[in-house]
Design a protein around this ligand. Structure first.
Ligand code: ADP
Ligand code: MG
Length: 701
């Protein structure tokens, strides 16, 4: 498949045109005039030669077993053309014609028809439709209607959006960015980002894979493949656009917080894909990865000729979790030996505005030798006497180790040549210090991914029969919400410690329950119609005497009767009171692309306000559970502040793994919340005091 698309021996253009400006002309032009060395067959029933190339009248007359065909005929003729191509054993097809799913109506039908043709043709793979085409700078293949050919380079780029692809191509020419492959995916009826990842992973010319994606087709498959590919080479993606995830019913806390993007963020992270949010970040990181070796640690040195940019750089570094290396005294001494007296020889090293270009090189050589330095950002601000191209020349001649170096040339007009020189020597260069730091941070993330042990999900074996019976009972009654007691039993079946609770229908039963559980107790309204109990005064904590329990029963049931007269109230739940726990939330929702999505955060009634939560696609490994816990902003509260004892983080991780396993075993569970899970001090465990489970719609619902 790789050879047929990118190193074809022959290419046919179906719908080749002799009229400049038509797609069928541009594609042919790119194939015959841009250095591609293989055979080209224009196909057109009404012409003899186009662009000095003899025309073939019908697809049936093309050589059997054709490598590649580019289809540029009207949308309604495409399915038939592909059928005929399949009949002669064509291996690879790129459909550049538009007028499919993207126009709706009849276009959608045509796309389905095309999909079926591909499905019926096992030997044929298809890119598109509605794409620009593919380019390969090694074989000088330009099977597209783009107006230019990219520069050769080490980046393999794919784009779901054609317009974005064209803009990037144009921009890359002015910015010294080179590509090994340039692939426009279009509507993805057959080949998706997953095959492209596999192709580029195996391509020796591609060092970094980058892409612009609007959605992945099959989230689980994407994760499986990406996890392997990122072991071999870095993958950097911009993912834009909202998914249908945003529209899903969100009745639980987790559903409300998961939003459209959380699953992509989590999934990319879990398979080592570096996610960036702007095209600038994409190329900033990709050029660094393509030309520099990975940093082996977070120690950053800054070399500058002006204070302000150095400080901005240092601040940005801190924001990314990098730290400024403390230079060794010998290093500072050596710098002092040749820098101006007013220079700063501590990190950031400021060689001052009057310093000549040569001092950049000498300083960089010395700084890079410091064992605490893992990477250097070199910032230059042009002055009356200092030219960017001179600094660039000195830097490219520096004899330095393979620690990464990033250059920042402040300004625009006067530094153009300097930047150009840096880029041509594989020295990544940035407009602003924070761009350089962002690229370094991305490299460090990738370095950590590459060196960490592959993670295997941990699955605990719960009491499956018990959970299955509870779900079946609810299904029989046509219910999608489990009762709080049922939900608690499901969690308990997977080893989650739950607060002991007893139902009570009268105040006498409530008092008896409290006696059995031991005072003080908590009382909660027990009604399938009420899901947020404290909103309606349905939770009373700290009931310390039998009298208080009896009184609470009357108060609570009459209050509920008042505020929600229609709600069917079974009675109350009397629950053991858990003291000294920190409130957290553990939740589960289903993402349409990636499946079970696990959430963790500080819980209680403020969770929707603070939105301090982290996500992973389940099933997870225990280290991933630990990372989820450490990943929230207010993690310090769990570790303990001001002499507080730390929370039982091991118990917490255990609960996350348990819910992950439950979600894995029961696809019927659409959403689940433990809010709160009260996490006790270290060694004392964690207890679920409120539980919710909602099932997926039953078949036919
Ligand atoms: P809901 O979320 O439906 O309002 P919860 O059962 O979560 O009801 O109770 C609300 C709050 O009451 C919890 O967030 C927690 O602060 C407190 N609470 C509930 N049950 C207990 C318990 N068993 N021990 C200690 N505090 C509890
Ligand atoms: Mg709750």
């Amino acid at each position: 498949m790789f050879e047929a698309f990118f190193r074809p021996r022959q290419v046919a253009v179906i719908g080749a045109s002799s009229q400049p400006g038509k797609v069928g002309y541009d594609v042919l032009y790119n194939l015959v005039r841009r250095g591609y060395g293989g055979q080209v067959f224009p196909v057109n029933p009404n012409a003899d030669t186009i662009l000095d190339t003899p025309v073939v009248k019908q697809i049936g007359q093309l050589p059997p077993g054709l490598d590649l065909a580019v289809v540029a005929v009207k949308a309604k003729l495409v399915p038939q053309a592909v059928r005929e191509l399949a009949a002669i054993g064509t291996q690879a097809v790129v459909v550049v014609s538009a007028g499919f799913k993207e126009v709706g109506g009849r276009g959608r039908e045509l796309e389905n028809e095309l999909k079926q043709v591909v499905r019926d043709s096992p030997g044929l793979r298809l890119i598109g439709p509605n794409c620009i085409g593919v380019m390969d700078t090694t074989s000088n293949l330009n099977a597209s209607f783009a107006g230019t050919m990219p520069r050769p380079g080490r980046l393999g780029f794919f784009s779901q959006s054609g317009a974005m692809g064209l803009a990037i191509l144009d921009w890359s020419l002015d910015n010294n960015i080179g590509f090994s492959k340039f692939i426009s995916l279009g509507n993805k009826v057959d080949v998706t980002e997953v095959e492209i990842l596999e192709l580029m992973a195996a391509d020796p010319e591609t060092k970094v894979i980058l892409g612009y994606l609007e959605a992945v087709e099959d989230g689980r498959r994407f994760m499986r493949v990406a996890r392997e590919v990122t072991r071999v080479k870095p993958v950097v993606l911009v993912k834009s656009g909202v998914t249908s995830a945003g529209a899903r019913a969100a009745s639980s806390h987790t559903g409300a917080l998961a939003g459209a993007d959380a699953a992509y963020d989590a999934a990319f992270r879990q398979c080592g894909v570096l996610r960036v949010h702007t095209m600038r970040q994409l190329f900033g990181l990709a050029t660094a990865l393509a030309h520099q070796s990975l940093p082996s640690g977070p120690g950053l040195a800054i070399l500058t000729n002006s204070g302000g940019p150095g400080i901005i750089c240092a601040d940005a570094a801190e924001g990314h979790g990098l730290h400024l290396a403390v230079l060794r005294p010998e290093v500072a001494d050596e710098l002092r030996g040749f820098l101006p007296a007013i220079a700063s020889v501590y990190n950031p090293v400021d060689i001052t505005g009057g310093a000549p270009a040569e001092l950049y090189r000498r300083s960089l050589e010395v700084i890079q030798d410091d064992p605490g330095v893992n990477a250097t950002v070199v910032i230059m601000t042009p002055t009356a006497t200092l030219k960017a191209e001179d600094v660039a020349r000195e830097l490219t001649q520096a004899s330095i180790s393979n620690k990464p170096v990033f250059t920042v040339m402040m300004g625009s007009h006067s530094v153009h040549q300097g930047r150009d020189l840096c880029m041509r020597h594989g020295l990544p260069t940035y407009e602003f210090p924070e761009d350089a730091v962002a690229a370094l941070a991305g490299m460090l993330d990738y370095q950590r991914w590459r060196t960490q042990k592959p993670r295997e999900p941990e699955l605990v074996s719960g009491d499956k029969n018990k959970v299955a019976a509870i779900i079946a009972a609810a299904r029989r009654q046509g219910r999608r919400n489990l009762g709080e007691t049922e939900a608690r039993e499901c969690f308990a079946a997977y080893g989650v410690p739950v607060a002991r609770s007893l139902p009570a229908a009268t105040s006498e039963e409530a008092v008896a329950a409290a006696r059995e559980l031991g005072l003080p107790v908590v009382m909660k309204i027990d009604s399938p119609a009420i899901s947020h109990k404290s909103d309606v005064g349905g939770v009373m904590v700290g009931l310390a005497s039998q009298g208080a329990v009896a009184e609470a029963f009357h108060e609570m049931t009459s209050r509920i009767r008042r505020v929600q007269p229609d709600a069917w109230v079974r009675g109350v739940l009397v629950q053991e009171m858990v003291r000294g726990g920190r409130e957290t939330i553990v939740g589960l929702s289903r993402d349409p692309q990636f499946g079970p999505l696990l959430m963790f955060g500080l819980g209680g009634i403020y969770v929707e306000v603070l939105k301090d939560v982290s996500f992973r696609v389940a099933p997870i490994a225990r280290v991933e559970a630990e990372e989820m816990i450490r990943g929230i902003r207010s993690f310090a509260l769990l570790r303990g502040v001001r002499g507080e004892s730390p929370a039982d983080l091991a118990a917490l991780a255990g609960v996350l793994v348990a819910i992950s396993s439950l979600a894995h075993d029961f696809p019927d569970i659409a959403e689940a919340d433990i809010n709160p899970l009260l996490v006790l001090p270290r060694g004392q465990g964690a207890v679920a005091v409120d539980a919710r489970i909602a099932l997926t719609p039953a078949k036919g619902e």
